[in-house]
Design a protein around this ligand. Sequence first.
Ligand code: AMP
Length: 273
Amino acid sequence: METITKVQEMMERRKGLEGRVGFVPTMGALHQGHLSLIERSLKENDHTIVSIFVNPTQFLPGEDYERYPRRYEADRRICEVAGVELLFMPEVHEIYGVDEVGIKAPKVKGYILEGYFRPGHFDGVLQIVTKLFHIVRPDRAYFGKKDAQQLYLVQKMVRDLFWDIEIVPCEIVRDRDGLALSSRNLYLSPQERSQALLLSKSLKRAAKMVQEGILDAQTIKAQMEEILAPLEVEYVEIVDREFNRLDQVEIGNTIILVAAYSGGTRLIDNIWI
Ligand code: AMP
């Protein structure tokens, strides 16, 4: 595996690649969720490029940018063992200059739910994804359903800007007890971790209600909120696959989302119905 830290070198190296290029952008502290994206890319493409970059512009002031886990050596080994060909790990000054042209997330869909509680977050996400897409020029890029709104907005950006890149949505990988894997789980104490299970528990309950024929969003949300009561909840929402709020669950076109704090750690999870 080759590790590249310079933008120019990455662009040069990309030019020499023939066939299909798959790309997996990450912020590192890699876990099985990331690995599932990487393995899928390895299977579906001639070349796979993984990036690790803790992107400062998607963190709001006061969020965990400084403390975000950085485990570059362990991550490098994980990628190497997985069979990744190229690992791109640029430093911040390689990616960002001063007084830059910006990318703006859509005013509505970029500023509800995650975007409401983290205003500007998706501007930063779409800005880094744009930069990385231009550097790596992938044919396919792999994103987890875990960050459902991010996945939707990246798909929307690619459509809106007539970009010839296939965005591949990947299933959420969970621990055996249901907790969705996340680099931020590293922050959790054992007690906070067991409280964090309430997120997936509430979503499981919602899925069961739908199975039983209960489709009314208010009824489902009320049940979920009851389960989530011990946590500080930011939102519980039921939307369609284009992130329009739903009053009734539409089977095959619904995402149920939750964001809540366990201790000081903000966690998100969702289920696709
Ligand atoms: P991150 O490093 O958190 O920015 O995540 C990089 C990519 O991995 C994103 O597309 C995430 O949606 C995806 N991802 C993170 N956690 C999971 C998970 N538990 N299952 C599937 N994909 C995930």
